[in-house]
Write a protein that binds this ligand. Structure first.
Ligand code: 2HG
Ligand code: ZN
Length: 476
């Protein structure tokens, strides 16, 4: 590092580099940026820069690059993998994107919009709706996460089944590269075969190749009708059979298919005020599914008929349709409350995994049996986006286990679950990214050819290694 060793001089120089952009350095004002939202990681920083324009950000990165100062981009700080938290050295600069939050343009005829990285996801959704359109990325944290973070982690969420992940929803990207150059490709084109897809590379790079400052996103027409149901199913195989039946009956209208075990619903009911289990708690597995349409059509009827058939074959044990928007929102509040409920319930370990949908029943059976055997004091809370083959295969200690005990168990559990995921052809990070949490896991489960290629790209774009050091892989 060629930051002056005198901290005062370093800060003065950094302040000059930030120009008109605020640079926070006070202990209290910096504190919220030094830890992730679950407080699993805690770091230190030179300060927190809050640029307002691409030009300011470009100046700051050029300055950091010239001096080898590590930079940690941060959006809404909702990462599950510590991807936005600085290390403990106190030599890194956090760059918050919150002030870059303009909706730059909406083109309803082209079904596209251009927004800045610091826009809250909820603001993007709302701006689209005000233009008579629909932006389908949907996460429980929509009110606090930022679109730049969503893109940097290639976020997934509740509507991936139909609309894809953040990368699939993006037409163009603007990003500042580590040396301060601006990569501008905000073309609102659905067809554009001109060389390497660099925007696809910057999306999901977790801020290790540059900082996304704006994006041109795909929109859809406004949703006119939805039909939402809560189902009880005998087991995971039945859930997957019902998924196929709903696809057959509703085609692309099926946009969500969430699998919820009783343990998850119980936790939400206990810890989230106002939530209740729509079908009680006498079954092991439940599904929350939703159809939606861009035209007025009788989706409730369609869903009802499909479910009546599934009930007659025993694949659905019980079902209830949301009778109105209030009930629909209540179903979703229950689902989206699960992560918060887990946090309130005490210590736990998370595995954001995916396997091919067809392998879910076998994977869940084998991994659940392992947890029951090897973690008798833990409760398995495996829930999530089964329609995409993605489960949050989490284990919670509900009886107040001590932190040391959990810390000892965690690597053993992670190894067993991830080995099973690999055996079923799955991924150890379906939608949350790698951050610092899964650096070793990525190394273990990724081929030398893939890792070598990733590192070559990193070296080419960020030769000094200033961008989000220690995330995705350890500096080489
Ligand atoms: C969700 O689907 C989030 O609610 C959080 O991705 C998952 O709690 C988790 O592990
Ligand atoms: Zn999720």
């Amino acid at each position: 590092l060629s930051v002056p060793t005198d901290a005062g001089a370093a800060l003065a120089a950094l302040r000059r580099a930030c120009g008109a952009a605020p640079l926070l350095t006070g202990v209290d004002e910096v504190a919220p940026y030094l830890s992730d939202h679950r407080h699993l990681y805690r770091g230190q920083a030179l300060g927190v820069a809050l640029p307002d324009t691409v030009a300011q950000l470009s100046e700051i990165l050029a300055w950091c690059n010239a001096r080898g100062v590590g930079v940690v981009p941060q959006g809404g700080n909702t990462s599950y993998c510590g991807g936005a938290t600085p290390d403990e050295s106190g030599t890194q600069l956090v760059i918050g994107l919150a002030r870059m939050n303009r909706i730059r343009a909406i083109d309803a005829a082209n079904l596209s919009m251009t927004v800045e990285a610091g826009c809250l996801l909820a603001s993007v959704q709302q701006a689209a709706a005000e233009a008579g359109c629909y932006f389908p990325l949907e996460l429980g944290s929509a009110g606090s996460c930022q679109i730049g973070g969503n893109l940097s982690t290639n976020a997934g969420g509740l509507n991936v089944l139909r609309f894809g992940m953040a990368r699939d929803l993006t037409l163009g990207i603007e990003a500042v590269l580590p040396d301060g150059r601006v990569f501008q490709r905000l073309r609102a084109l659905r067809k554009d075969n001109t060389g390497y897809d660099l925007k696809a590379l910057l999306i999901g790079a977790e801020g290790t190749l540059g900082i996304i400052t704006a994006a041109t996103l795909k929109l859809w027409p406004a949703i006119r009708t939805t039909a939402t149901a809560f189902l009880a199913v005998p087991d995971v195989s039945a859930a997957i059979a019902v998924l196929a039946q709903l696809r057959g009956a509703a085609g692309e209208r099926l946009n969500s298919f969430e699998l919820l075990p009783r343990a998850a619903i119980e936790l939400a009911c206990r810890h989230i005020p106002g939530t209740r289990a729509p079908l009680g708690l006498s079954n092991e597995w439940y599904v929350l599914c939703e159809l939606s349409s861009f035209v007025d059509e009788p989706l409730d009827e369609l869903l009802q008929q499909a479910l009546t058939r599934a009930i007659s074959t025993g694949q659905v044990l019980d079902a209830t349709l949301a009778a109105n928007e209030g009930q629909r929102l209540a179903f979703w509040a229950l689902r989206e409350g699960i992560p918060t409920a887990q946090r309130r319930a005490g210590l736990g370990v998370k595995h954001d995994i995916s396997v091919p949908v067809s392998a879910l029943p076998a994977f869940v059976a084998e991994a659940s049996a392992w947890v029951r055997r090897a973690v008798p004091d833990g409760t398995l809370v495996a829930y999530g986006h089964a329609g995409d083959g993605n489960l949050h295969f989490n284990v919670n200690w509900l009886d107040g286990a001590d932190a040391q005990h959990v810390a000892t168990q965690e690597p053993v559990i992670r190894r067993a679950i991830h080995d099973l995921v690999a055996a079923h052809g799955g991924s150890i990070s379906a939608e949350h990214g790698i951050g610092q949490l899964k650096v070793d896991e990525l190394r273990r489960y990724t081929s030398a050819v893939e890792l070598g290629t990733m590192r070559a790209i990193k070296r080419a774009l960020d030769p000094k290694g200033i961008m989000n050091p220690g995330k995705i892989f350890t500096p080489s």
